[in-house]
Design a protein around this ligand. Structure first.
Ligand code: SF4
Length: 234
């Protein structure tokens, strides 16, 4: 039998409203679906600033699906050589452009099945394109969403696909668009990979990680108090 989440809709809405208040708006380098797709493909294992400037360099040089589809892989490499795995990504970017041009008449597909058939496009990238660019409700689970969902207790899974499933059950659908960019900012500013700023966090009262850390602290201080007391008795 599926385990019922302790997060009801009201609680989730309160949490997301608090998180929204605590973080700056997310910067989107592009809004056009094709360039959101290309940027997201480049982003794997690469810092945001490098991803954005590399994608911008490609855009300035080629501008359209047609332009990028007809560019040589070597030329694409020159624009993106600061991103991780740039040689593989240059090939993918070109292949994706050609497929979108030839199979989809230059329009980015608007469904997860077709998107995930594109080379190098997994569920995360597809969901980013759907929600951020095409404004179709979807939840993209990247490293920030995965980490924070586990810490808070929204998901018990380490696998992003299962985390996505858990989130789809508890996050109200009208909040799916914008969920990923907001949690990304939360992950950069507050719930950082190392040393999360729990004392500044607006949702700590709901967070498993925080509650566990607190009870561990209490146990330790009780133990220390007990040892000190015994020292005086003996
Ligand atoms: S309390 Fe700490 S671990 Fe929990 S969400 Fe906030 S920053 Fe992250």
């Amino acid at each position: 039998m599926p385990v019922k989440s302790r997060f009801d809709e009201r609680t989730i809405r309160i949490m997301l409203a608090r998180i929204k208040e605590q973080v700056p708006p997310h910067h989107f380098e592009f809004h056009d679906p094709f360039w959101v797709l290309i940027t997201t493909v480049l982003s794997h294992r690469t810092k945001d600033e490098i991803t954005d400037s590399s994608a911008r360099s490609l855009y300035n040089a080629y501008g359209t699906v047609e332009g990028l589809a007809s560019a040589s892989t070597k030329d694409i490499e020159l624009h993106i050589k600061r991103v991780g795995f740039y040689r593989v990504k240059a090939e993918r970017v070109k292949e994706i452009s050609k497929i979108i041009l030839e199979k989809y008449s230059g329009k980015v597909p608007d469904n997860i099945d077709d998107l995930t058939k594109l080379p190098g496009v997994g569920r995360k990238t597809a969901n980013v394109v759907l929600s951020d660019a095409l404004r179709i409700p979807a939840i993209a689970v990247d490293t920030h969403v995965q980490r924070i969902s586990r810490r808070i207790g929204w998901s018990r899974h380490d696998d992003p696909e299962r985390t996505e499933e858990s989130l789809r059950k508890i996050i109200p659908k009208d909040m799916w668009i914008g969920f990923n960019p907001m949690i990304v900012e939360f992950g950069k500013k507050i719930c950082r990979p190392r040393n999360p700023l729990c004392s500044e966090c607006s949702v700590s009262e709901y967070c498993d990680y925080f509650q566990k850390a607190q009870s561990k602290k209490m146990k330790t201080s009780k133990l220390t108090a007990g040892i000190t007391k015994n020292k005086y008795i003996t």
